[in-house]
Write a protein that binds this ligand. Sequence first.
Ligand code: TYM
Length: 331
Amino acid sequence: KKTILTGIKPTGQIHLGNYIGAIKPALQLAKQKEFSPAYFVADYHGLTKFHQADEFRHLSYGIAATWLALGLVPEETIFYRQSDVPEVFELNWILACFASKGLMNRAHAYKAMVDNNEKMERNADFGVNMGIYTYPILMAADILMLKTEVVPVGKDQIQHVEIARDIAESFNHVYGDAFVLPEYLVQEEVAVLPGLDGRKMSKSYNNTIPLFEEPKKLQKLINKIQTDSLPPEAPKDPESSIIFTLYQQFASTVEVEQMRAQYLSGISWGEAKKELFIVMNRFLEEPRENYKELIASPERLNEILLEGAQKARTISAPFLKEIKEKIGFSV
Ligand code: TYM
Protein backbone atom coordinates (compact mmCIF):
# COMPACT_ATOMS: atom_id res chain seq x y z
CA LYS A 1 0.00 0.00 0.00
CA LYS A 2 1.16 3.53 -0.74
CA THR A 3 1.46 5.83 2.26
CA ILE A 4 -0.21 9.21 1.84
CA LEU A 5 0.60 11.83 4.44
CA THR A 6 -0.31 15.41 5.14
CA GLY A 7 -0.16 17.83 8.08
CA ILE A 8 -1.80 21.05 9.17
CA LYS A 9 -0.39 23.68 11.53
CA PRO A 10 -2.49 24.67 14.55
CA THR A 11 -2.01 28.39 13.99
CA GLY A 12 -5.61 29.38 13.35
CA GLN A 13 -9.06 28.03 12.64
CA ILE A 14 -9.27 25.61 9.74
CA HIS A 15 -10.49 27.51 6.71
CA LEU A 16 -11.87 26.63 3.29
CA GLY A 17 -8.38 26.74 1.74
CA ASN A 18 -7.13 24.04 4.13
CA TYR A 19 -10.25 21.99 3.50
CA ILE A 20 -10.26 22.17 -0.27
CA GLY A 21 -6.47 22.13 -0.72
CA ALA A 22 -5.61 19.35 1.71
CA ILE A 23 -8.34 17.75 3.82
CA LYS A 24 -10.92 17.00 1.14
CA PRO A 25 -8.46 15.31 -1.27
CA ALA A 26 -6.79 13.51 1.64
CA LEU A 27 -10.07 12.06 2.85
CA GLN A 28 -11.02 11.02 -0.67
CA LEU A 29 -7.70 9.21 -1.11
CA ALA A 30 -8.10 7.54 2.27
CA LYS A 31 -11.20 5.78 0.96
CA GLN A 32 -9.21 4.08 -1.80
CA LYS A 33 -7.86 0.66 -0.96
CA GLU A 34 -4.39 1.14 -2.40
CA PHE A 35 -3.54 3.90 0.07
CA SER A 36 -2.55 3.88 3.68
CA PRO A 37 -3.27 7.34 5.14
CA ALA A 38 -1.25 9.23 7.78
CA TYR A 39 -2.57 12.64 8.84
CA PHE A 40 -1.16 14.77 11.61
CA VAL A 41 -1.29 18.00 13.59
CA ALA A 42 1.95 19.84 12.76
CA ASP A 43 2.34 21.44 16.18
CA TYR A 44 6.11 21.89 16.06
CA HIS A 45 5.73 23.66 12.74
CA GLY A 46 3.00 25.79 14.30
CA LEU A 47 5.40 26.90 17.01
CA THR A 48 7.42 28.81 14.42
CA LYS A 49 4.53 31.29 14.24
CA PHE A 50 2.44 30.96 17.34
CA HIS A 51 3.41 31.48 20.98
CA GLN A 52 0.20 31.62 22.99
CA ALA A 53 0.04 28.38 24.97
CA ASP A 54 -3.66 28.02 25.82
CA GLU A 55 -4.86 29.07 22.41
CA PHE A 56 -2.29 26.77 20.83
CA ARG A 57 -3.58 23.77 22.77
CA HIS A 58 -7.13 24.60 21.75
CA LEU A 59 -6.19 25.04 18.08
CA SER A 60 -4.36 21.69 18.07
CA TYR A 61 -7.47 19.94 19.31
CA GLY A 62 -9.45 21.97 16.79
CA ILE A 63 -7.49 20.42 13.92
CA ALA A 64 -7.97 16.93 15.29
CA ALA A 65 -11.70 17.55 15.78
CA THR A 66 -12.02 18.93 12.23
CA TRP A 67 -10.61 15.81 10.59
CA LEU A 68 -12.78 13.56 12.72
CA ALA A 69 -15.89 15.68 12.16
CA LEU A 70 -15.38 15.34 8.41
CA GLY A 71 -15.23 11.57 8.58
CA LEU A 72 -11.64 10.51 9.27
CA VAL A 73 -11.69 6.98 10.72
CA PRO A 74 -8.91 6.71 13.35
CA GLU A 75 -8.83 2.91 13.14
CA GLU A 76 -8.00 3.12 9.45
CA THR A 77 -5.56 6.02 9.68
CA ILE A 78 -2.32 6.89 11.40
CA PHE A 79 -3.70 10.04 12.98
CA TYR A 80 -1.30 11.76 15.35
CA ARG A 81 0.33 14.86 16.73
CA GLN A 82 3.81 15.55 15.39
CA SER A 83 5.22 16.25 18.86
CA ASP A 84 4.20 12.77 20.07
CA VAL A 85 6.56 11.05 17.64
CA PRO A 86 10.08 11.88 18.88
CA GLU A 87 11.80 9.91 16.10
CA VAL A 88 10.78 12.69 13.73
CA PHE A 89 13.12 15.07 15.56
CA GLU A 90 16.04 12.73 15.58
CA LEU A 91 15.55 12.33 11.87
CA ASN A 92 15.21 16.11 11.55
CA TRP A 93 18.78 16.54 12.76
CA ILE A 94 20.13 13.77 10.57
CA LEU A 95 18.44 15.32 7.54
CA ALA A 96 19.73 18.77 8.46
CA CYS A 97 23.20 17.40 7.83
CA PHE A 98 22.16 16.55 4.28
CA ALA A 99 20.36 19.80 3.49
CA SER A 100 22.47 22.55 2.01
CA LYS A 101 22.07 26.03 3.41
CA GLY A 102 21.51 27.32 -0.14
CA LEU A 103 18.48 25.07 -0.44
CA MET A 104 16.96 26.63 2.68
CA ASN A 105 17.74 30.15 1.44
CA ARG A 106 15.60 29.47 -1.59
CA ALA A 107 12.51 28.32 0.33
CA HIS A 108 9.56 30.61 -0.55
CA ALA A 109 8.00 30.66 2.90
CA TYR A 110 11.22 31.85 4.49
CA LYS A 111 11.91 34.36 1.71
CA ALA A 112 8.40 35.79 2.00
CA MET A 113 8.86 36.20 5.73
CA VAL A 114 12.18 38.02 5.27
CA ASP A 115 10.65 40.30 2.61
CA ASN A 116 7.76 41.06 4.87
CA ASN A 117 10.08 41.85 7.71
CA GLU A 118 12.12 44.21 5.59
CA LYS A 119 9.04 46.00 4.32
CA MET A 120 7.78 46.60 7.80
CA GLU A 121 11.33 47.18 9.02
CA ARG A 122 10.47 45.23 12.10
CA ASN A 123 7.77 42.59 11.86
CA ALA A 124 4.95 43.74 14.07
CA ASP A 125 3.84 40.20 14.83
CA PHE A 126 6.79 37.96 14.56
CA GLY A 127 10.43 37.94 13.54
CA VAL A 128 12.21 35.36 11.43
CA ASN A 129 13.32 32.65 13.82
CA MET A 130 15.48 29.61 13.06
CA GLY A 131 12.37 27.43 13.13
CA ILE A 132 11.08 29.26 10.06
CA TYR A 133 14.43 28.88 8.37
CA THR A 134 14.76 25.14 8.93
CA TYR A 135 11.02 24.50 8.53
CA PRO A 136 11.46 22.49 5.29
CA ILE A 137 13.87 20.07 6.99
CA LEU A 138 11.36 19.20 9.70
CA MET A 139 8.75 18.81 7.00
CA ALA A 140 11.09 16.44 5.15
CA ALA A 141 11.44 14.45 8.38
CA ASP A 142 7.62 14.18 8.68
CA ILE A 143 7.36 12.91 5.13
CA LEU A 144 10.39 10.60 4.99
CA MET A 145 9.91 9.11 8.47
CA LEU A 146 6.73 7.31 7.45
CA LYS A 147 8.01 6.33 3.97
CA THR A 148 5.43 8.56 2.32
CA GLU A 149 4.82 8.22 -1.40
CA VAL A 150 2.11 10.83 -1.93
CA VAL A 151 1.61 14.17 -0.16
CA PRO A 152 -1.75 15.87 -0.85
CA VAL A 153 -1.26 19.62 -0.32
CA GLY A 154 -2.13 23.05 -1.63
CA LYS A 155 0.15 24.70 -4.18
CA ASP A 156 2.04 26.72 -1.57
CA GLN A 157 3.54 23.49 -0.21
CA ILE A 158 4.85 22.07 -3.51
CA GLN A 159 8.31 23.50 -3.00
CA HIS A 160 8.52 21.97 0.47
CA VAL A 161 7.74 18.52 -0.90
CA GLU A 162 10.38 19.04 -3.59
CA ILE A 163 12.89 19.98 -0.91
CA ALA A 164 12.03 16.79 0.99
CA ARG A 165 12.74 14.87 -2.19
CA ASP A 166 16.05 16.68 -2.71
CA ILE A 167 17.17 15.92 0.82
CA ALA A 168 16.16 12.27 0.47
CA GLU A 169 18.13 12.05 -2.77
CA SER A 170 21.23 13.55 -1.16
CA PHE A 171 21.04 10.95 1.59
CA ASN A 172 20.31 8.06 -0.78
CA HIS A 173 23.20 9.13 -2.96
CA VAL A 174 25.60 8.46 -0.11
CA TYR A 175 24.02 5.47 1.62
CA GLY A 176 21.93 3.71 -1.02
CA ASP A 177 18.16 3.64 -1.26
CA ALA A 178 17.20 4.46 2.30
CA PHE A 179 14.34 6.88 1.76
CA VAL A 180 11.26 6.64 -0.43
CA LEU A 181 11.05 9.66 -2.74
CA PRO A 182 7.74 11.47 -2.14
CA GLU A 183 5.52 13.15 -4.69
CA TYR A 184 3.08 15.98 -4.12
CA LEU A 185 -0.52 15.82 -5.22
CA VAL A 186 -2.25 19.12 -5.93
CA GLN A 187 -5.89 19.61 -6.95
CA GLU A 188 -5.36 21.62 -10.09
CA GLU A 189 -8.72 23.47 -10.12
CA VAL A 190 -8.15 24.86 -6.65
CA ALA A 191 -4.37 24.81 -6.28
CA VAL A 192 -4.67 28.17 -4.54
CA LEU A 193 -8.05 29.10 -3.17
CA PRO A 194 -8.36 32.90 -2.99
CA GLY A 195 -9.65 34.54 0.17
CA LEU A 196 -12.19 37.34 0.68
CA ASP A 197 -9.83 39.96 -0.75
CA GLY A 198 -8.68 37.93 -3.77
CA ARG A 199 -5.24 37.11 -2.33
CA LYS A 200 -4.48 33.51 -1.33
CA MET A 201 -6.79 32.48 1.51
CA SER A 202 -4.45 32.40 4.47
CA LYS A 203 -4.43 32.69 8.24
CA SER A 204 -1.67 35.28 7.84
CA TYR A 205 -3.79 37.57 5.64
CA ASN A 206 -6.88 37.52 7.79
CA ASN A 207 -9.00 36.88 4.72
CA THR A 208 -10.28 33.40 5.51
CA ILE A 209 -13.67 31.76 5.68
CA PRO A 210 -13.47 29.37 8.63
CA LEU A 211 -14.86 25.97 7.70
CA PHE A 212 -17.18 25.59 10.67
CA GLU A 213 -18.40 29.17 10.90
CA GLU A 214 -22.00 29.50 12.15
CA PRO A 215 -24.53 29.78 9.28
CA LYS A 216 -25.29 33.48 9.74
CA LYS A 217 -21.63 34.43 9.85
CA LEU A 218 -20.86 32.11 6.98
CA GLN A 219 -23.45 33.88 4.88
CA LYS A 220 -21.99 37.27 5.83
CA LEU A 221 -18.49 36.15 4.89
CA ILE A 222 -19.67 34.78 1.56
CA ASN A 223 -21.30 38.13 0.88
CA LYS A 224 -17.94 39.81 1.49
CA ILE A 225 -16.13 37.89 -1.26
CA GLN A 226 -14.92 40.45 -3.78
CA THR A 227 -16.52 40.33 -7.23
CA ASP A 228 -16.29 42.45 -10.37
CA SER A 229 -18.84 45.18 -11.04
CA LEU A 230 -20.65 43.58 -13.98
CA PRO A 231 -24.39 44.38 -13.91
CA PRO A 232 -26.67 41.60 -12.60
CA GLU A 233 -27.96 40.51 -15.99
CA ALA A 234 -24.52 40.36 -17.68
CA PRO A 235 -23.09 36.91 -18.51
CA LYS A 236 -20.37 35.88 -16.03
CA ASP A 237 -17.33 33.66 -16.60
CA PRO A 238 -17.74 30.72 -14.24
CA GLU A 239 -14.12 29.59 -14.60
CA SER A 240 -12.67 32.82 -13.25
CA SER A 241 -15.06 33.15 -10.34
CA ILE A 242 -14.11 31.99 -6.85
CA ILE A 243 -17.82 31.79 -6.07
CA PHE A 244 -18.27 29.23 -8.81
CA THR A 245 -15.10 27.38 -7.78
CA LEU A 246 -16.46 27.03 -4.27
CA TYR A 247 -19.87 26.03 -5.59
CA GLN A 248 -18.24 23.19 -7.53
CA GLN A 249 -16.68 21.87 -4.34
CA PHE A 250 -19.97 21.47 -2.54
CA ALA A 251 -22.66 20.89 -5.20
CA SER A 252 -23.61 17.80 -7.21
CA THR A 253 -22.53 17.45 -10.85
CA VAL A 254 -26.03 18.23 -12.06
CA GLU A 255 -26.22 21.34 -9.89
CA VAL A 256 -22.83 22.50 -11.14
CA GLU A 257 -23.92 22.22 -14.78
CA GLN A 258 -27.15 24.09 -14.10
CA MET A 259 -25.22 26.81 -12.27
CA ARG A 260 -22.70 27.09 -15.11
CA ALA A 261 -25.58 27.72 -17.52
CA GLN A 262 -26.98 30.38 -15.18
CA TYR A 263 -23.61 32.14 -15.06
CA LEU A 264 -23.40 32.17 -18.84
CA SER A 265 -26.88 33.51 -19.29
CA GLY A 266 -26.43 36.10 -16.53
CA ILE A 267 -26.86 35.74 -12.78
CA SER A 268 -26.37 38.50 -10.22
CA TRP A 269 -23.48 38.04 -7.81
CA GLY A 270 -25.95 38.34 -4.96
CA GLU A 271 -27.93 35.40 -6.30
CA ALA A 272 -24.77 33.38 -7.02
CA LYS A 273 -23.63 33.94 -3.43
CA LYS A 274 -26.98 32.88 -2.06
CA GLU A 275 -26.85 29.64 -4.04
CA LEU A 276 -23.30 29.03 -2.83
CA PHE A 277 -24.34 29.47 0.77
CA ILE A 278 -27.15 26.97 0.34
CA VAL A 279 -24.95 24.15 -0.97
CA MET A 280 -22.14 24.89 1.47
CA ASN A 281 -24.38 24.95 4.45
CA ARG A 282 -26.15 21.79 3.35
CA PHE A 283 -22.82 19.96 3.35
CA LEU A 284 -21.39 21.58 6.48
CA GLU A 285 -24.38 21.27 8.80
CA GLU A 286 -23.58 17.79 10.02
CA PRO A 287 -19.78 18.10 10.33
CA ARG A 288 -20.28 21.42 12.16
CA GLU A 289 -22.41 19.66 14.79
CA ASN A 290 -19.92 16.77 15.00
CA TYR A 291 -17.15 19.28 15.48
CA LYS A 292 -18.90 20.97 18.40
CA GLU A 293 -19.31 17.65 20.17
CA LEU A 294 -15.75 16.56 19.55
CA ILE A 295 -14.09 19.79 20.61
CA ALA A 296 -16.01 19.61 23.89
CA SER A 297 -14.05 16.49 24.90
CA PRO A 298 -10.34 17.19 24.56
CA GLU A 299 -9.49 14.15 26.71
CA ARG A 300 -11.04 11.88 24.11
CA LEU A 301 -9.21 13.70 21.31
CA ASN A 302 -5.98 13.37 23.23
CA GLU A 303 -6.49 9.62 23.58
CA ILE A 304 -7.13 9.21 19.86
CA LEU A 305 -4.01 11.20 19.00
CA LEU A 306 -1.84 9.28 21.44
CA GLU A 307 -3.04 5.97 20.02
CA GLY A 308 -2.21 7.28 16.56
CA ALA A 309 1.29 8.27 17.68
CA GLN A 310 1.84 4.71 18.93
CA LYS A 311 0.93 3.44 15.48
CA ALA A 312 3.28 5.93 13.82
CA ARG A 313 6.08 4.81 16.13
CA THR A 314 5.74 1.17 15.09
CA ILE A 315 7.07 2.44 11.76
CA SER A 316 9.34 5.29 12.84
CA ALA A 317 11.26 3.56 15.66
CA PRO A 318 12.61 0.58 13.65
CA PHE A 319 13.14 2.75 10.57
CA LEU A 320 15.16 5.32 12.50
CA LYS A 321 17.30 2.49 13.81
CA GLU A 322 18.03 1.38 10.26
CA ILE A 323 18.96 4.93 9.30
CA LYS A 324 21.28 5.27 12.30
CA GLU A 325 23.01 2.05 11.36
CA LYS A 326 23.50 3.31 7.84
CA ILE A 327 25.20 6.50 9.01
CA GLY A 328 27.58 4.55 11.21
CA PHE A 329 26.02 4.88 14.64
CA SER A 330 25.95 1.81 16.84
CA VAL A 331 22.40 1.01 17.85
P1 TYM B 1 -0.75 24.82 6.69
O1 TYM B 1 -1.30 24.61 8.04
O2 TYM B 1 -0.25 26.18 6.36
O3 TYM B 1 -1.83 24.47 5.58
C1 TYM B 1 -2.45 23.20 5.59
C2 TYM B 1 -2.81 22.78 4.17
O4 TYM B 1 -3.75 23.68 3.59
C3 TYM B 1 -3.30 24.09 2.30
N1 TYM B 1 -3.77 25.45 2.03
C4 TYM B 1 -4.37 25.83 0.89
N2 TYM B 1 -4.71 25.14 -0.22
C5 TYM B 1 -5.33 25.82 -1.22
N3 TYM B 1 -5.63 27.14 -1.14
C6 TYM B 1 -5.33 27.87 -0.04
N4 TYM B 1 -5.65 29.17 0.02
C7 TYM B 1 -4.65 27.21 1.04
N5 TYM B 1 -4.19 27.62 2.26
C8 TYM B 1 -3.65 26.52 2.85
C9 TYM B 1 -1.78 24.02 2.40
O5 TYM B 1 -1.19 23.94 1.13
C10 TYM B 1 -1.58 22.78 3.22
O6 TYM B 1 -1.62 21.62 2.42
N6 TYM B 1 3.84 23.01 5.95
C11 TYM B 1 2.46 22.58 6.06
C12 TYM B 1 2.25 21.65 7.24
C13 TYM B 1 3.10 20.43 7.19
C14 TYM B 1 3.03 19.38 6.22
C15 TYM B 1 4.05 18.44 6.61
C16 TYM B 1 2.24 19.13 5.12
C17 TYM B 1 4.09 20.11 8.06
N7 TYM B 1 4.67 18.93 7.72
C18 TYM B 1 4.26 17.29 5.86
C19 TYM B 1 2.46 17.97 4.37
C20 TYM B 1 3.47 17.05 4.75
C21 TYM B 1 1.63 23.85 6.22
O7 TYM B 1 2.14 24.91 6.24
O8 TYM B 1 0.34 23.70 6.42
